[in-house]
Design a protein around this ligand. Structure first.
Ligand SMILES: *Cc1c(COP(=O)(O)O)cnc(C)c1O
Length: 321
């Protein structure tokens, strides 16, 4: 599997059209790229980041990474390990190894070990990673969330799929060729960097931070863009980050977000509160304020993560797809 084969941009199953209601009674068409519908045990953006690492991990390997008890990243790594025949090791923040997320990861063969919070805080340190690699005899350590240049490179396929639909004159979408405004939720910003690097200047990419006050995200994005050779490229897509739609902080929700999630469920667009619902909330708010460039198609990248809905008792069911 390469990241390119994960996405057939012309596959109708991956695209959903929705109408965002506007205050004046009108509606704004929204095209949703449903990465949650990619063919995998654990679909979503984490799969693309990990696919970017595939060329660097060959044969039967033991791959180690870090995450919380509801981590989409560990979940996807366990799934990919099962699909690729890797041994996978997950070092988990805190003591709770009994979430549905981690039970599934364990079923797919991931060895799980808890890390106390003090140890977990060292997860970005090279020395700590090397010690973990030795202790668990891993061939490769992947940073938390797949935040590395190879992870961003894997996400270029998402940009390419959007470009094929909205950037080619004959791209199968009416009026194709003029580019688009593309929105997605960001954590580390790795996915946004890959998408930006995969598009050209007819596109504008809006990152909606799921975290409160994550002022270092811009720098992380610039670092990944530099590694991909796209930083400062005047032909590259433009991008910006919004920091005002975190709804109280990471994995927090407010009444507005819950209401929007329920509305999206009713539109057959299942979202989750940690990331994807915040991206839709941002688009709805910007549309209400009249702040979205008119005349360009509007795209929302559904980055997946639906397995995490199980962590919210007010949402404790899996949505119908
Ligand atoms: C991890 C994640 C993100 C954020 O991705 P980054 O590359 O860290 O910005 C967005 N949406 C979902 C569903 C995720 O799991």
């Amino acid at each position: 599997m390469s990241s390119a084969t994960l996405l057939d941009p012309q596959s109708p199953a991956l695209w959903q059209t929705l109408a965002l209601p506007l205050p004046d009674g009108g509606a704004l068409p929204l095209q949703v790229l449903r990465l949650d519908r990619c063919d995998s045990l654990a679909p979503g953006n984490k799969l693309f980041k990990l696919a970017g690492l595939l060329p660097e991990v060959s044969g039967p390997a033991r791959v180690l990474s870090f995450g919380g008890p509801w981590s989409n990243h560990l979940h996807a790594l366990a799934a990919l390990g099962r699909e690729r025949g890797w041994q996978t090791v997950g070092l988990v923040r805190g003591e709770a190894l009994d979430t549905p997320t981690l039970r599934e990861a364990a079923d797919w063969g991931m060895a799980l070990h808890p890390l106390c919070r003090a140890d977990y805080r060292q997860r970005h340190s090279d020395a700590f990673q090397l010690a973990c690699q030795k202790r668990y005899r891993a061939d490769r350590v992947i940073p938390e969330g797949g935040d590395c240049p190879a992870g961003a490179r894997g996400c270029m396929a998402i940009g390419a799929a959007i470009g094929a639909r909205f950037g080619d004159g004959d791209g199968g979408f009416d009026g194709g060729g003029e580019g688009a405004v593309v929105a997605l939720a960001t954590g580390t910003g790795t996915t946004l960097a890959g998408i930006v690097a995969g598009l050209d200047r007819r596109f504008e990419v809006l990152g909606i931070s799921a975290l409160k006050g994550a002022w270092d995200t811009e720098q992380r994005i610039l670092a990944n863009l530099a590694a991909l050779g796209s930083a400062g490229d005047t032909q590259a897509a433009r991008w910006r980050l919004y920091h005002e739609f975190h709804c109280g902080g990471f994995a927090r929700a407010n009444a507005e977000l819950r209401k929007l999630l329920a509305w999206a469920d009713g539109q057959n667009l299942p979202l989750e509160p940690v990331y994807t619902a915040k991206a839709l909330l941002a688009l709805q708010t910007l549309a209400d304020r009249g702040e979205l460039s008119p005349g360009k198609p509007l795209v929302l990248v559904h980055t997946g993560g639906l397995q995490g809905r199980r962590g919210f008792d007010w949402l404790a069911h899996q949505p119908g797809q």
